[in-house]
Write a protein that binds this ligand. Structure first.
Ligand code: SF4
Length: 431
């Protein structure tokens, strides 16, 4: 992992919903130093903004799931009208995404939205852009300038321009496209700079993960504004997840990116959950809720582990603290692979042995594993809250000495208490 790239910082929100900072590390225009803010997670509502009741419910659901910022579409006047009803009832900063008419941006600013997103491919009349900039400046609101590969008009003329522009970024596969995206950005941002407006974040999305990586990498070298990462039109969750994580991980590992939006053709709650999981996995955010580890497919599993894992995952949503919970399919490698877990179950022979910080607390039949495991998780969380235990303090500490040889699966011996508390580190094969 490389250090985060220092950027200017933008701030969105208000006293009521709180403030979200994006980027940082470089001083503000007035010379005030800034500290890089945690990478934030954004998403966009799926419903119509003009249906205010549903929109409020969706925004609050997304905020409860961990969204730091929620974007809403405002294609029509009835949508910006609805913002007046929506904004006082939500608990998270709201971005208005303006499609084709700059007037919607002005109305959204008047309604009290916290940020505006403009697409240079759709709103490019200089006077209109200046109107929006001035409206935002008067209220201290930031603007995201978001170029999308799909909405770049010159792209339609690509055969003609490919050769000419491709030479600019000759080392990249899609050099001509990068050249168009970056030129668009430079031209557009010049209007902002002329107006002495600098509260800007930038995005440059494509549905091709390699273009996304190349575009943001080049942009990060040219601009010091915070970057909003995303793969657009990533597709259904099943494949869009891989596409998005491939692009965003590559960038975040190189220190590029200050806020992320994962895009799926699905309920946006998944965008929030997966965006957060990505940041947790890269150590860019402190985990909220449980860290669940579990076995993959494996010939040693002797219980219905996959159903159990899904049931445990669902049940663990009620746990607030970042407990590490392991659901392992055997006692052969499970203890080693669950090392560091606060609560763990090792299953086999249609039973489960449950451990809490290295201490065996139960040996139950398969049908009781979920209930007992959850009881132990809840009890352990309460103990931590009372200050009687610490997360990650003790390690799971069992391993059979020769699980594959004399002991077979080892489960019956461990279940019977004949083998236990052999220190981790005894040499056994790992899956
Ligand atoms: S060998 Fe590893 S993956 Fe297989 S069931 Fe045991 S702990 Fe799980």
């Amino acid at each position: 992992m490389q250090q985060r790239r220092p950027t200017r910082q933008i701030v969105l929100g208000d006293e009521r919903v709180g403030f979200v900072r994006i980027g940082g590390g470089l001083p503000n225009r007035d010379g005030t130093p800034t500290v890089p803010a945690p990478v934030s997670v954004q998403t966009m509502t799926a419903g119509y903004t003009h249906d205010a009741e549903k929109c409020v419910a969706e925004i609050n659901k997304l905020a409860a799931a961990g969204a730091d910022v929620v974007r809403v579409a405002v294609p029509e006047k009835k949508d910006t009208d609805a913002l007046r009803e929506i904004l006082p009832r939500v608990r998270v900063p709201i971005v208005a995404d303006v499609h084709f008419h700059f007037q919607r941006a002005l109305e959204a600013v008047e309604a009290g939205v916290h940020k505006i997103r403009l697409n240079p491919g759709n709103i490019n009349d200089r006077a209109q852009v200046i109107d929006v900039i001035q409206a935002c400046k008067a209220k201290g609101l930031p603007i995201r300038v978001g170029v999308n590969e799909g909405s770049i008009i010159e792209r339609r003329d690509k055969q003609k321009r490919m050769k000419e522009l491709g030479a600019v970024f000759g080392e990249h596969k899609h050099g001509y496209l990068l050249a168009i995206m970056i030129t668009k950005l430079e031209e557009y941002l010049d209007i902002f700079y002329e107006q002495d407006f600098h509260d800007i974040s930038i995005s440059a999305k494509s549905m091709d993960a390699t273009i996304v990586i190349d575009a943001y990498t080049e942009i990060s070298k040219r601009f010091d504004h915070p970057l909003h990462l995303g793969v657009t039109h990533a597709g259904p969750k099943e494949t869009g997840c891989i596409r998005s994580i491939a692009a965003l991980s590559a960038l975040l590992c190189n220190g590029v990116g200050d806020t992320v939006r994962i895009s799926y053709a699905n309920d946006p709650i998944y965008e929030v959950q997966d965006g957060l999981e990505l940041l947790y996995s890269l150590g860019l955010r402190t985990r909220r809720g449980v860290d669940l580890i579990a076995c993959p497919t494996c010939g040693r599993i002797q219980v219905d582990l996959f159903t159990l894992v899904q049931d445990v995952r669902k049940s663990l949503e009620r746990i607030e603290l970042p407990l590490k919970v392991a659901v392992m399919g055997c006692v052969v490698n499970g203890p080693g692979e669950a090392e560091g877990a606060d609560v763990a179950v090792f299953a086999g022979d249609r039973r489960g042995i449950i451990y809490v910080q290295g201490e065996r607390v139960a040996n139950v039949p398969e049908e009781q594993i979920l209930e007992r495991l959850m009881q132990e998780c809840v009890a352990f969380e309460e103990k931590v809250k009372r200050g009687e235990a610490k997360l990650g303090e003790k390690k799971v500490d069992i391993l059979p000495p020769d699980p594959i040889g004399e002991l077979g699966s080892g489960f019956d011996k461990i279940a019977a208490g004949k083998v236990e508390h052999v220190p981790v580190g005894v040499s056994v094969g790992r899956s």
